[in-house]
Design a binder for this molecule. Structure first.
Ligand code: SAM
Ligand code: SF4
Length: 340
């Protein structure tokens, strides 16, 4: 079992399999995208699988694949299968924008992927296209259907709440009334550039405090709007009853709803004390904290070193993992490069 300097058990690894993406979400990337890393700088699947095997020996048992958009990388299904077969890895999850999911869901499920998080910030087709600067809402909704059809469980929706986007949160709450979908509202985080303009403005240049909506406000809004719309009282879901998760979400539901509503508050409610994760970037940087640009290069060791060398870098990361992020604003890397 791996523990860090502060006694936290570290058993969860988030792997960004690519920095590339087919969307350009306003809160994640500049309009023209970012300069993609050269092919030779990106870890091969073999290198990622070797890293996962060594990390599993050190106590990592859960892996989430993310990106960029993980489904744009060719060969992702076989990669999932090989990771799933790695001794010590008990579960694989994937975070996706969902646009390509209808093509892949059945094969991914057959390869051993059960847990899926689909990022979707609005249920309005026009607003969806403007937030993602190119996506089609129907593709994502079809992807979600395909995930259910393939038997994936849990199916979660990640909704980043940004004040200037003026999202209809109640629409998401209504979705939980009909099916076991778990919607998680996530505070907009100051990762990547931090600017003065709101993220929805024409001259968007990064995170601003004005756009941050604390989860207490999100919950209050949903509870009030839900009650007014006749959905009943929003009540907390006990940990045992919540959809299995590896992170710090708190869950709620309306009476009789098969789905839940969760909130994730990295800023307004610090959860660093429960942090259980390491992150591997697509080009082989091992990050100990989303908000810290201190990275340990594991690519060189994966290309030229022994398993023992790689293991020592993992241990170095565990020793270097900070106690908390201290509300740092802005990082050198964009969210799409870190993987969220
Ligand atoms: N492309 C995939 C997707 O969108 O799900 C995976 C990568 S994306 C970087 C992972 C998650 O980070 C998504 O749910 C996205 O909405 C979220 N995200 C991106 N920028 C964010 C920000 N500044 N604050 C909070 N969440 C953010
Ligand atoms: Fe791409 Fe995901 Fe970032 Fe949107 S949030 S631009 S889908 S990486």
């Amino acid at each position: 079992m791996a523990t860090d300097t502060f006694g936290r058990r570290i058993d969860y690894l988030r792997i960004s399999v690519t920095d590339r993406c087919n969307l350009r979400c306003v809160y994640c990337m500049p309009p023209d995208g970012i300069e993609w890393k050269a092919h030779e700088d990106i870890l091969s699947f073999e290198e990622i699988e070797r890293f996962a095997r060594i990390a599993a020996g050190e106590g990592i048992s859960k892996i989430r694949l993310t990106g960029g958009e993980p489904l744009v990388r060719q060969g992702i299904v076989d990669h999932v299968r090989r990771l799933r077969e790695t001794t010590g890895i008990e579960a694989i999850a994937l975070t996706t924008n969902g646009t390509l999911l209808s093509q892949y869901a059945a094969d991914l499920a057959a390869a051993g992927l059960k847990r899926i998080n689909i990022s979707l910030d609005t249920l309005d087709p026009d607003i969806y296209t403007s937030i993602t600067r190119r996506g089609r809402l129907d593709d994502v909704l079809e992807g979600m259907e395909a995930a259910f059809d393939a038997g994936m469980d849990p199916v979660k929706l990640n909704v980043v709440v940004v004040r200037s986007l003026d999202q209809d949160l109640l629409g998401f709450a209504r979705m939980t009334l009909d099916r076991p979908v778990h919607v998680r509202f996530i505070e907009y985080m100051p990762v990547g550039e931090v600017g003065e303009h709101s993220c929805a403005s024409a001259e968007a240049d990064g995170w601003s405090e004005d756009d941050h909506v604390p989860t207490d406000e999100i919950l209050e809004r949903i509870a009030t709007e839900g009650a007014a719309a006749g959905l009943g009282e929003l009540t907390p879901v006990s940990r045992d009853d919540a959809p299995g998760g590896w992170g710090p979400a708190r869950y709620y539901r309306f009476p009789g709803a098969p789905g839940t509503l969760g909130v994730i508050a990295p800023l307004s409610h610090h959860f660093c004390g429960e942090c259980n994760r390491l992150r591997l970037t697509a080009d082989g940087g091992l990050r100990t904290c989303l908000f810290s640009d201190d990275e340990i290069d594991v690519r060189t060791a994966l290309r030229t070193g022994t398993d023992e060398d790689v293991l020592e870098l993992i241990r170095q990361a565990l020793r270097a993992k900070p106690e908390g992020h201290n509300q740092q604003h802005g990082t050198v890397r964009h969210m799409s490069q870190i993987g969220g």
